[in-house]
Design a protein around this ligand. Structure first.
Ligand code: FE2
Ligand code: FE2
Length: 286
């Protein structure tokens, strides 16, 4: 597929049609408690896309017609993912509570946003950071949904996730190709982007959901033999980006924050403190 064929990319947008799902059957199949917890996290992050979009639109990304065209479709589809997952949760007997009003930004968050705005205004190539971040997060999300379908074993959920994964796959393709092209064109872009990802990247949802939830999700989806294999596959793909050939990423993050479950079933892993690590500056796209 030519991922730069934007007309093709956007014309194939077809969000999940709720009419094709057997919603009454949802509650007839068991939904494991960890899968429910993971779904709540993912639904919240999907519905948070508008805030990522706000960050993107504050950069030079808006000056690029290709990016602007993609973002319209991307936002539409991500928002639809949040809606369909919310409907599934409601059908399973766990309706999503209305999102509480966002707390005012902390001083640190305001400084961070200002820093991004200043760098974004001064450096015209700044979208390369967003494109790289987006590629990592889309691939992590896509892989996470695949793992969730495997772990949950719920037929209706698998049907929904299969459709969502097709969208995430297209999103990943666009971001990855954009990132690869922009990184290949500039040594400076490679150096800065690599440094930022290495220092600040956390799985999508960090900073939006509590750290305990992010670590739970990563441990649930990317631990064990199958989970580790999935994390390694994400890392292998991202290492195809120029400048990222030896980048430690998802598997290293899981190693660091999600120790193998012990006799307490892994609950101790959720208590690992991460004070030694910097907070992510922003989560960009997913
Ligand atoms: Fe999504
Ligand atoms: Fe996506």
């Amino acid at each position: 597929m030519n991922y730069f064929d934007l007309a093709s990319l956007t014309s194939r947008s077809s969000v999940f049609d709720p009419a094709v799902a057997d919603w009454d059957a949802v509650a007839r199949h068991p939904l494991p408690a960890p899968a429910l917890r993971a779904l709540r996290y993912m639904q919240d992050i999907e519905s948070h896309t508008v805030f990522y979009l706000r960050e993107l639109l504050s950069t030079h990304a808006v000056d690029d017609p290709e990016l602007a065209g993609f973002l319209a479709t991307w936002f539409y589809e991500e928002t639809a993912h949040g809606r369909v997952l919310a409907r599934f949760l409601a059908a399973a007997g766990h309706p999503v509570a209305p999102r509480p009003r966002r707390a005012p930004r902390t001083l640190g968050e305001r400084i961070e946003a200002l820093g991004i705005a200043v760098i974004g205004a001064a450096w015209r190539d700044f979208p390369v950071v967003h494109m790289t971040w987006g590629a990592i997060n889309e691939l992590t999300t896509l892989t996470g949904y695949r793992r969730l379908a495997q772990c949950a074993g719920h037929p209706i959920l698998s049907q929904l996730l299969a459709h969502i994964m097709r969208d995430e796959s297209r999103h990943f393709g666009f971001y990855f190709e954009q990132a690869a092209r922009r990184l290949a064109a500039s040594r400076r872009a490679r150096r800065i982007t690599r440094t930022l990802v290495e220092r600040f990247w956390d799985p999508v949802g960090s900073g939006v959901q509590p750290d305990t939830e992010t670590r739970f999700l990563a441990g649930y989806l990317f631990s064990g033999d199958d989970g580790r294999a999935a994390a390694r596959a994400v890392d292998r793909t991202i290492r195809r980006l120029p400048g990222f050939e030896d980048m430690p990423l998802l598997e290293a993050w899981v190693d660091r924050y999600c120790p193998a479950p012990g006799p307490d079933g892994g609950r101790s892993a959720l208590r690992v403190e991460r004070s030694a690590f910097p907070a992510a500056p922003t989560q960009f796209a997913h």
